[in-house]
Design a protein around this ligand. Sequence first.
Ligand code: ZN
Length: 414
Amino acid sequence: MRFDWTKKALARHKRAMALASILFSALLMTQPAQAGSVSRIEARGSQITVSFDDLVEGASTFSLIGPDRIAIDIRGGKAGRGGYASGIVKSVRQGQYNPNTARIVFDLERPAVITDGGFSNDGKRLTLSLQSVGQNQIASGRKSFLPPVAFRAEPPKSSYSVKVPLGKPSDSVSLPKIYGPNDPSRPLVVIDAGHGGHDPGAISPHGGKVEKNVVLAIATAVRDRLVAGGQVRVALTRETDKFLVLEERYGIARRLGADLFMSIHADAAGNEDASGATVYTLSEVASDREAAKLAARENRSNIINGINLGGATPDVSSILIDLTQRETMNVSADFAKLLHRESSRQMTFRKIPHRYASFVVLKAPDTPSVLFETGYLTNKDDVAFLNSRQGRSKVAAGVASAVEAHFARKLAMR
Ligand code: ZN
């Protein structure tokens, strides 16, 4: 289908470009005069050493599980490159989290915490002790470390917080209808049928079914089932064959104050034997190469004729996901497990039913979100199932019982 380059899209693009240049100059202006760069990172045994070529303001560390990681934020620091990993640390990555903060992420073999540490007398080296612990011993919160006062960089005078989201969802997208009980105290679930309009998504070699239509029918069945259950309110990001950029999809959920967001998709694979469903939740580290590739493919929805309609630069490093999202990410992961548990009686899942990757559509910082790949359009049985009334109603039944169990659990915890 031909893509119509509308005036609106063009205006949006221009706005994104203007924002990009403002953002760029803000970055230049706030670069602290004295920022030390990370010159060396070494993880050996139970010790991590980070060296700097100049003074920094301080550092803080925190642990994450699923996947297991430790992150170090260096205030007044600039990210360097690479790092040496061994032992429990599988790999080291670093990036500029914001103009004044470098973030280093250590991917771990198993959960671990920083027990102790400190800066050297000249402030140019940070040494941390690492200890592996059980999953449930990971405490939230940060551990902070400061260099000796005489060797501490001054915070920058003008500190901009660069929170200008490039390609912010346009508020002009009208909000969808809310179905279900007319009672704002009931939880609101936003169901997103993937793709739409000029973006067909995956195409089935068996009968030419396109993902955008298959998933809209499933999303509608899910909505009807949830409404019939009477427990929650439901909205669909799209009820017709229309295109939305990924940020608009979760943007709708945020503007409606949704309690749960689910994006529904169907996958395609070169191997026609590949079959079964997978639930994905957000992580800045993909759980495997396949998950990373899928996320890259789904994220491409925003790119038309080489122009990124979502506005976010495509090379925004995945570690820049705001890790304050961790609570939301944990709730999302819990819901993913519940969805698998409740739906596995109704439909087939893949061997690893819950995976992680960096999907743009899951990046609402405050709305628990999952992406449900309901099966493969390239697999004969899957496409027959997903495209049948009976199949759709089984998917809907699984989703509905997971959603109801999720909110019942939340209510019980209060
Ligand atoms: Zn898709």
